[in-house]
Design a binder for this molecule. Structure first.
Ligand SMILES: [Fe+2]
Length: 135
């Protein structure tokens, strides 16, 4: 299992966060003409990830889920602001909006609401054990 920059020990978080980080990094290699579609794909992936994460948090009974849902909705609003700035930006600025601005929004979310919520998962993955890491 590939790990994101900040592993939290919750599969739906760590797997999806890794995928998103890869998508942010890919912005450097995407052709100018493909940047808009790449942003659309990332925003769709973020929304799908939030839905998966909320289902899992509901399943284990994370008590701060209502607050976490608000954090997700707020991030999606902020992401739409980035999309609004995107259309008038030059290609290099578009890449920065994806690889830095949007990536930072998600990283901040992972480091605060996700980290706190992950503590409510009783059985967290222990990555220090090699056979659990590849599970
Ligand atoms: Fe989250």
């Amino acid at each position: 299992m590939n790990l994101p920059q900040l592993p939290l020990g919750v599969r739906v978080m760590d797997e999806d966060h890794y995928v998103l980080e890869q998508m942010f990094a890919q912005a450097a290699q995407v052709a100018d003409s493909g940047l808009s579609a790449h942003l659309d794909a990332i925003l769709a992936e973020i929304a799908a990830h939030f839905a998966r994460e909320e289902v899992e948090m509901q399943r284990v009974g994370v008590p701060i889920l209502p607050c976490h849902r608000i954090q997700h909705a707020t991030l999606l609003v902020e992401a739409e602001k980035i999309r609004a700035n995107f259309s008038n930006a030059e290609p290099q600025a578009r890449r920065r909006l994806i690889a830095f601005d949007l990536a930072q929004l998600v990283a901040n979310h992972v480091a605060a609401p996700d980290r706190v919520s992950s503590d409510f998962f009783d059985e967290k993955i222990d990555y220090s054990t090699p056979d659990r890491r590849s599970a």
